[in-house]
Design a protein around this ligand. Structure first.
Ligand code: DGJ
Length: 460
């Protein structure tokens, strides 16, 4: 009897010991993550937590002062007469083509990035927002674009909207537009020096019934390669000037540099489709992701094996969140997506989302933008996401591509390319599960001037 009691007491204590050890472990891990987090942001404002020392310089938090013009000096007298409105926010100032601080958002010709100059101090440096010339000395026209890497030739191809034409409004209520010129393609070995490969899918001049008739809309073209058919497949948003057609167009080519043959347009899964992208997984399965139901949600679904159509499978994600401009990437088995809000050509706050499976569920993590200043972070550095390029050989490191739209002169819109890093310390609690972040942090770091790490260049 006494022995049985002793045994029971012993079991009870063992159970207690196990429970308390577990609680202890959870607390220690939690404390560790807090200390780790606090240590992560030093007094100098630098975050040093990604496990890859060679990219630490990209993870520096670079602050930037952005002056609001004083009421007196704000506008020149002629502009004052034209539009007497005083701006109270930097976004209004940004959208005002007569703003006295316009050069801060749209630096002029004097500061162009010119790869033909080659060896100067600025060689290989990205300057987000500056005019960027191709190897012929012309400003690059590849807006709302994406990049395809062809491993065999070690070449990057940048496809985007050629907006080289006058900006106008089709009618009073219509958003600013440029007639369709077509999809441009540029090639590069180093992501910095871009050779113009021409217009690989041209707008249609005469046939009014053609999807790509110049008075319609062609936005956000993306190209992926199909390993079975050996075709380069382009998907894009096609629309009418009022954005009521809300469809996707598909084109195909034997070569990355085109010409692409336009096949047809459709509403994927029978739903409206506006901002969109496609993503080729390392399994070879490709997916389309598009804003639908009046841009209130995103739809996601696999493409057919030849990438020329959607299958019947579709999931609604981020329902009611009103997101657009999706840009997807995968890091160590987790899928990530950056999106923007829906405010036309005006900039707004980016959000990062993550999922264990492409088909969801997708969770929203928060604003990934770091550095610059508060308004920079609230406006995605006055830009809108378009694509994320993996940096081969640098796990967790990516190139974030965004468009700084210029609604007064869309052809003069700029490119904001910045490092995007997955991992490192979270700077504020995002989604927590018993005190632990569910996902790695996604950070997009502001830099006025930056370049890819030396080791990346060496590997090219
Ligand atoms: C925001 C979208 O992201 C752009 O691609 C473009 O469609 C504009 N809206 C038009 O206002």
């Amino acid at each position: 009897m006494r022995a049985r009691n002793k045994q029971r007491k012993h079991n009870k204590w063992s159970l207690h010991a196990i429970v308390w050890s577990l609680v202890g472990c959870v607390l220690i891990l939690h404390l560790y993550s807090l200390v780790h987090h606090r240590d992560g942001v030093g007094e100098d404002g630098k975050v040093h937590f990604s496990p890859f020392p060679m990219i630490h310089e990209l993870e520096e938090i670079e602050e930037e002062l952005f002056p609001m013009p004083s009421a007196r000096s704000k506008r020149n007298p002629r502009a004052e007469k034209r539009r007497p409105k005083r701006h109270t926010t930097l976004i209004e100032e940004f959208l005002d083509e007569n703003s006295q601080i316009r050069h801060l958002f749209f630096p002029d010709q004097k500061s162009v990035i010119d790869p033909r100059i080659g060896t100067g101090n600025d060689s290989l440096y990205f300057y987000p927002g500056r005019i960027w010339l191709d190897t012929d000395g012309n400003p690059i026209q590849a807006h709302g674009g994406g990049i395809l890497y062809v491993e065999r030739t070690r070449t990057y191809y940048w496809y985007g909207e050629n907006k080289d034409g006058p900006t106008y409004h089709a009618h009073d209520q219509a958003p600013a537009r440029v007639d369709i010129v077509g999809v441009s393609c540029y090639s590069s070995k180093d992501l910095w020096t871009w050779k113009n490969e021409g217009i690989v899918l041209a707008g249609e001049e005469t046939d009014l019934n053609h999807d790509l008739h110049k008075l319609n809309v062609l936005e956000r073209p993306k190209v992926i390669y199909n390993d079975y058919t050996r075709k380069y497949v382009m998907w894009m948003h096609v629309d009418d000037a009022n954005y009521t057609k809300a469809s996707t167009g598909i084109a195909v080519s034997d070569y990355p540099t085109g010409p692409f043959e336009y096949l047809y347009s459709k509403r994927p899964h029978g739903f409206e489709s506006r901002d969109m992208t496609i993503f080729k997984d390392d399994t070879g399965i490709a997916y389309i992701i598009y804003s639908s139901e009046d841009n209130s949600e995103l739809h996601i679904g696999p493409l057919t094996d030849d990438y020329l159509d959607v299958t019947r499978v579709m999931r609604r994600i981020l329902i009611g969140q009103h997101r657009e401009a999706p840009a997807l990437f995968k890091c160590q088995g987790t899928y990530y997506m950056i999106t923007s809000g829906c405010t036309g050509w005006a900039p707004n706050e980016a959000l990062a989302h993550a999922a264990d499976s492409m088909m969801g569920p997708w969770e929203t993590m928060g604003n990934p933008c770091l550095g610059g200043n508060k308004i920079f972070r609230q406006t995605t550095f006055f830009a809108q996401s378009t694509y994320v390029v993996p940096l081969a050989g640098f796990p967790g490191s990516y190139l974030f591509m965004a468009d700084r739209w210029n609604p007064a002169n869309l052809s003069n819109s700029r490119y904001i390319w910045l490092p995007l890093i997955v991992g490192g310390a979270v700077d504020e609690p995002l989604e927590y599960n018993f005190g632990f972040p569910l996902w790695d942090r996604v950070s997009i770091y502001w830099h006025k001037r930056w370049r890819l790490p030396d080791r990346w260049w060496a590997a090219q």
